[in-house]
Design a protein around this ligand. Structure first.
Ligand SMILES: CC(C)(COP(=O)(O)OP(=O)(O)OC[C@H]1O[C@@H](n2cnc3c(N)ncnc32)[C@H](O)[C@@H]1OP(=O)(O)O)[C@@H](O)C(=O)NCCC(=O)NCCS
Length: 185
């Protein structure tokens, strides 16, 4: 399997944003189960980081990290929201995203001092992909506010303990509502 190098973009320029959005548009395709208007309402936050994978100097995949401070059972938690995970259509099932996730979560994530990471997916289908870097299913819904301030429920949550592993154990064993702030990821 060819090596995938990763590069981390922080506070991206408009030009970089447009090029990543184009990659996303070209490759995400119709994998999204909501209509584009709904997606705009639900996903409106700007990412703090864009993690981009390259093979032979060409982009083969990327994902986004959103930076949130949330509260759970009275404690403040620094949370990384993981979203926009996409591999170039013609490079799928070659371990590209596994390598990008592995490299970022093994070598770079700790620099940003997140307590936990949260993502949403089709757990049955892709739980194994994220499980390889330690994500486990939340097994209950999490909640966020959409652009109109309406509370929305997300069922495919997975969580990962980073700087604060005990908080993930607490989240997993608790019945308290997990609220991840404004915008899904
Ligand atoms: C999901 C996606 C990012 C996976 O990228 P990828 O580079 O093909 O992933 P990998 O090759 O590293 O796959 C790793 C594992 O994920 C799982 N997986 C990946 N794609 C899968 C698919 N279409 N169906 C079922 N399992 C899949 C498998 O367990 C796979 O391991 P295996 O090939 O050894 O069986 C890619 O298919 C994609 O861009 N899909 C469209 C956008 C999307 O759905 N993003 C996810 C949002 S949460």
């Amino acid at each position: 399997m060819a090596n995938v190098d990763i590069k981390i973009f922080e506070n991206i320029s408009i030009k970089e944003k447009l090029s990543f959005e184009k990659f996303d548009k070209d490759n995400y395709g119709d994998y999204v189960d909501e209509n584009p208007e709904e997606t705009k309402l639900n996903n409106f936050d700007m990412p703090r980081l864009v993690i981009v994978g390259y093979r032979n100097n060409k982009i083969v995949g990327l994902f986004l990290i959103y930076d949130r401070e949330i509260e759970f059972e009275g404690k403040k938690i620094k949370m990384a929201g993981v979203g926009g995970v996409v591999t170039r259509v013609d490079c799928r099932r070659q371990g590209v995203m596994s390598q990008i996730l592995q490299k970022f979560f093994s070598n770079y994530i700790f620099k940003y001092k997140f307590d936990i990471a949260v993502l949403c997916t089709d757990v049955k289908k892709l739980g194994k992909l994220y499980g390889r870097v330690g994500f486990v299913p939340l097994n209950r819904s999490y909640f966020y506010l959409n652009k109109n301030g309406v509370e929305k429920e997300e069922t495919g949550g997975m969580v990962l303990g980073l700087n604060n592993k005990s908080v993930v154990a607490k989240i997993l064993s608790s019945k308290t509502k997990l609220f991840v702030g404004e915008s899904n990821f």
